[in-house]
Design a protein around this ligand. Sequence first.
Ligand code: EPZ
Length: 437
Amino acid sequence: MDKLRIVGGKRLSGEIPIGGAKNAALPLMAASLLTDQELTLRHVPRLADIDTMTNLLVQHGVTVTLVGANGKNGNGNGHKRSHGGGMTMRLKADDVGSTVAPYDLVRKMRASVLVLGPLVARHGEAKVSLPGGCAIGTRPIDLHLKGLQELGAEVVLESGYVTARAPKGLTGARVVFPQVSVGATENLLMAASLARGETVLVNAAREPEVADLARCLVAMGAQIEGIGTDQITVRGVERLHAAEHAIVPDRIEAGTYAIAAAITGGDIELLGLDLDLMEAPAKTLSDAGVAVSSTDRGVRVTSGNRRATGVDVMTEPFPGFPTDLQAQMMALMCVADGAAMITETIFENRFMHVPELCRMGANINVHGSSAMVRGVGSLTGAPVMATDLRASVSLVLAGLAAQGETTVNRIYHLDRGYERVEEKLAACGADIERVRG
Ligand code: EPZ
């Protein structure tokens, strides 16, 4: 297994191009199942999760073609895409043979469950393996299933699979989510776009990736209002058609590299995204004494070679502080002046990075869903273990600031969500290399 070897202490400066959002690309790829015409996606990031979704769609019978890197200046969604980046992917589901999503693929990536809504809506049935839990929590899909039932699907759970049927099609309904769920909102958005009549999603997720999916569905002919709000109205149509869509930039990748600048006392320009995608993290960083400003090419993060100041963080659904940046922020708070109380409200077990950070000399005490972090003078490099995608990148960030050498093992977790992480960091001066294992 590959690992990353990092020698800390280098101030990072330079620029990092931000790719298309993984958590937008995955539902957008699933949306190809809603039509027999071609869906073209631009700025698709090169990630293991994208490969997994590709394999899943191909086994359903979708033709997936990659046409290489996007041309320069691939503009889209009004974002400042001064660089190309990513791939252009063409998907065509004109010959869906199987509506079964098998366990061996779904267990690798929970987002596979996003084929459920499109398959039921367009093909009248779907049999999807229950994703099972993962390192950060049990991660049920009850909200997805309840929503589909409210649209008229018959849902049966048997031997680890969920089978959903709607042979006569789905019927629009008012679906109220008892709690915000990104995936359930996306599944229902896709299903409702082909349902008879009107669907209203109440307490819908407002994440930019959800809005990006909705914009793409509209380009495909769906009738959707309230995009980006917590109440989305969908008027079902007979069929959807071909479309081309530029994927929204990845605010979590951007936030991760913003914290890389902060933790090394550096100065990095994040290319290709607007500050409005990361207002909450930007506010938290500026409260911690890190300057975050908008430029004509993206977002600039300057720490002025000062240590950050400890600030409290509570994760919340968008537009609050994203749970996917909690581990990374904790790494920064480990070497900040003062203390920080970090509270995780979205997932029940998202502190796996804590014991590994403590092995590097961090002072962290976990009480239930909160972690009290007291800044220390410096961290010490050590061999550490990645456990999940965001925990693994927080260990990389800690390694960039630590004295001496850090080796991050099991970085297959990292490769699920970060494209060429060692190249992007090395280009800004980090002493980091991938050791093939
Ligand atoms: C999406 O996961 C993201 N993944 C996650 O990013 C992200 O952390 C999460 O949203 C929250 O922002 C993708 O978009 C592929 P949820 P999702 O449904 O949709 C509970 C990463 O690192 N819940 O909003 O699975 C659930 O257990 C990943 O890139 C139910 O109880 O998240 C969690 O506690 C990690 N029942 C909370 O809701 C359900 O039916 C939020 O989950 C669904 C969710």
